[in-house]
Design a binder for this molecule. Sequence first.
Ligand code: FAD
Length: 412
Amino acid sequence: MIEFKLTPAQKQMKDLTHWFAANEMRPISMLSDKLGKVPDEWLDKVNKMGITLAAGGGMGGSGSGSGSSGAKKDDADVDPEVKRQTNRTTVIAAEEVGWGDPAIALTLPGPGLGGPPVQGSGTPEQKQRFLSIFTKDKPRWGAYALTEPEAGSDVSNIRTTAQKVDGGYVINGQKIFITNGGRASWVVVFATVDRSAGRAGHRAFVVEQGTPGFRCSRLAHKMGMRASETAELVFEDCFVPDENLLGGEEYYAKRAEGKSGFQVAMATFDNTRPVVAAMATGIAQAAYDYTLDFVRKEYPKSGRLYQLACEKLADMEQTIQAGRLLTWEAAWKADIGQPNSKEAAMCKAYAGKNALEVCETCLELLGPAGIDGHIVEKLYRDVKVYDIFEGTNQVQHLIVARRLYDAFELRI
Ligand SMILES: Cc1cc2nc3c(=O)[nH]c(=O)nc-3n(C[C@H](O)[C@H](O)[C@H](O)COP(=O)(O)OP(=O)(O)OC[C@H]3O[C@@H](n4cnc5c(N)ncnc54)[C@H](O)[C@@H]3O)c2cc1C
């Protein structure tokens, strides 16, 4: 059964990550929001410290995938218990960096969302080539480019094409809303080799920065998550060699129903939705911690107003913990190798929406004290996207409903 108590190694990692969030992220939080970017010197510093954004979005180590400790470590150094509980450890760390600053968290150097597809579907040579670049000498990023103007929730509708030519593929199309897409050393790009084949025509390519025909055309100006880079990418007759097709053509030929490109994209989400949910819980916790302290210090200690505040605080405490436990369950299922699509969708839907409501309630409780460049006001702006990216709330509900139908059909 799921274990609620952290192992000593997880506890140590949680404390270390919390220390980092409080002492390294928070001091540059409001400045980065104002600048619309995380200062380069800070990124250099944390990269030298060995702090990276692991594949899947947690804070992590080796750059080899889903490590979850705060510092770069050789595989042999990693506690075996932490390794066995990689997903659980990752969500624990992700919550802490979400608490620190969610926009800075997404800007920590590392493969980010691009990591899971390379780790999960890449050949040994591709893993070595693309994941070994995340070293302490210089901050580097990976990115994941699925969304297009006509393909957001409905990812099966992607229109970016990959035409087979001698020695490789020629990619044409546009991607939008790509986190770290402008600064990434490489981007996992989803394209179709045959639109009429639907999902079976999807392929995932690694396109490296500097490849002719590939450029970042624009960085988005956003309401929240301002310090996190969100890029528009353009591919114009962009040639990528066969070696950059993730998994190689045999990988796709082998798979049942030839659906694999789509599955590469979707498999990423089963690992990363719990991480996004954990970060949303971290944001809710941050707003709540501040507000609890404020109410304790500033509210009268009796009367209807105090009672109302206590009720709201108790309710938030409860829902934050519920989101955390749903997330832990999804991560635990991934750790023990069980299908977790339903749990990953449930925790993402619940924690994202709940974090939005918690931030709103906190702002109400703070009243005039929460305006004008206040951290809780910033969290309220930042948190909205946790209800959108990696699948909107409505889409998560569709996934859950589909799983329920499947289970029902199996029962009858
Ligand atoms: C800050 C930010 C960072 C992002 N980073 C990345 C990234 O790194 N890589 C990447 O590939 N993408 C990224 N995205 C894109 C994100 O995943 C999409 O925005 C998201 O999937 C929703 O797609 P859309 O914006 O096109 O909305 P749409 O799909 O157009 O949806 C609009 C509305 O319709 C609803 N809707 C759509 N279909 C249905 C349905 N069948 N039933 C019920 N309701 C439905 C949605 O829930 C939503 O409310 C990012 C987005 C943002 C804002």
